[in-house]
Write a protein that binds this ligand. Structure first.
Ligand SMILES: [Zn+2]
Length: 368
């Protein structure tokens, strides 16, 4: 079939021109309303859940009557942009590209899911689909992750429609990310008259930072970055307090254990006697590991000559990674500069991706 580009652009304009930063729940509800209506008109069973204390909308659309699904098609409706962004730079088209907040990340991909699902409902209704769109992905899906995992566990394959990479490449690996805060408590004392009675939290932290920096291992894909630090109270005082925030990115879960063990060791044996360290893990998203099951799915797709890349950032694929279900991410249309004013979507990649994923889902879905 020919792709209904005009209608797609009209729908895209509608959802782009609603501010839907993760903090704007009303905007996300409006977009959720649009999707719920459209999926329901297309013949899907639709449920809009309210996740967490903020009652963030999560749209779930399923092939009626099915309990297990051939495919999970996932995306998010929220963006990183604050209210007022739409007014400042609304949807526009120029030179074959669409511009506006959240085009490639990832309203175009979320909308593409609707078009694919609608097409398959008409031409291959026997392939059961489960579509999930959340509204807190840009925050790391704190409220919706459990719902996503529940739904995904009912599916045989997972496709996430984040923007495709340059040249149409897909994503089959994403690094895990963990953030830690390190607070050091020292002992204050006059730096001129009684320095020996103090214990400097700043000096202790300096040792930590050098040790932590040694933990990075680019060869194994492990990065360790102490990005922020502060400490001390006055120039003539031995510092009673210091603090740092550190980020770890990794591919191999063993590497993460290595970093955690190093942190424990540092905390157990202070360099500066009298100081005490408190380490807290602020967040942790496990990596999207290229599993045997994902490899098997990739093999079944050999004839499509797909190209895959590893991505540094996380997505909801990370949240689903440990379910041991094959996952391919980056299935959405292509563009560039996500999370920036220059963000764009290349319109001709929309019908391309539509054709590709309709075929893939038909192929794999029919063979079970
Ligand atoms: Zn995204």
């Amino acid at each position: 079939m020919t792709f209904p580009m005009e209608q797609y652009i009209k729908d895209l304009e509608y959802i782009i021109n609603i501010d839907s930063g993760s903090a704007n729940i009303e905007g996300n509800r409006q977009i959720a309303g649009f999707f719920a209506r459209k999926f329901s008109e297309a013949g899907f069973f639709v449920e809009t859940r309210q996740a967490g204390a903020g009652k963030r909308p999560v749209v779930i659309a399923k092939t009626p009557g099915a309990e297990k699904f051939a495919f999970y098609l996932g995306g998010h409706m929220d963006t990183v942009f604050p209210d007022g962004t739409v007014k400042a730079r609304p949807f526009r088209i120029a030179d074959g590209c669409a511009f506006g907040p959240g085009t490639v990340d990832m309203k175009a991909g979320a909308l593409l899911i609707l078009y694919i699902a609608r097409e398959l409902m008409q031409t291959a209704p026997e392939i059961p689909l489960c579509i999930v769109l959340n509204s807190d992905e840009e925050l790391g899906s704190p409220d919706s992750a459990e719902i996503l995992r529940q739904q995904a566990s009912l599916c045989r394959n997972i496709l996430i429609f984040e923007g495709g990479r340059k040249g149409g490449k897909l994503v089959n690996e994403r690094k895990g990310i963990a953030k830690f805060s390190i607070a050091i408590h020292g002992i204050a004392s006059h730096s001129g008259t009684a320095p020996q009675k103090g214990a400097s939290a700043v000096v202790e932290l300096a040792h930590w930072i050098i040790e932590l920096d040694r933990l990075k291992n680019y060869h194994r894909g492990t990065t360790v970055n102490v990005g922020l630090m502060e400490g001390g109270t006055a120039l003539n005082m031995v510092a009673p307090y210091s603090k740092a925030v550190m980020e770890v990115r990794y591919v191999d879960p063993k590497e993460f254990l290595r970093v955690e063990r190093a942190l424990d060791k540092l905390a157990a044996r202070p360099y500066v006697e009298g100081t005490r360290a408190e380490v807290s893990r602020l967040s942790h998203y496990p990596p999207l590991v290229l599993t045997e099951k994902t490899r098997v799915l990739m093999q079944r797709l050999t004839k499509y000559e797909l190209v895959y890349v590893k991505a540094g950032g996380t997505s909801d694929a990370n949240r689903l990674a440990d379910l041991d279900i094959p996952i391919i991410d980056g299935c959405g249309p292509m563009g560039g500069f996500p999370h920036s004013e220059k963000e764009f979507l290349t319109l001709e990649t929309v019908p391309e991706r539509f054709g590709l994923f309709c075929s893939i889902i038909r192929d794999i879905g029919k063979k079970g």
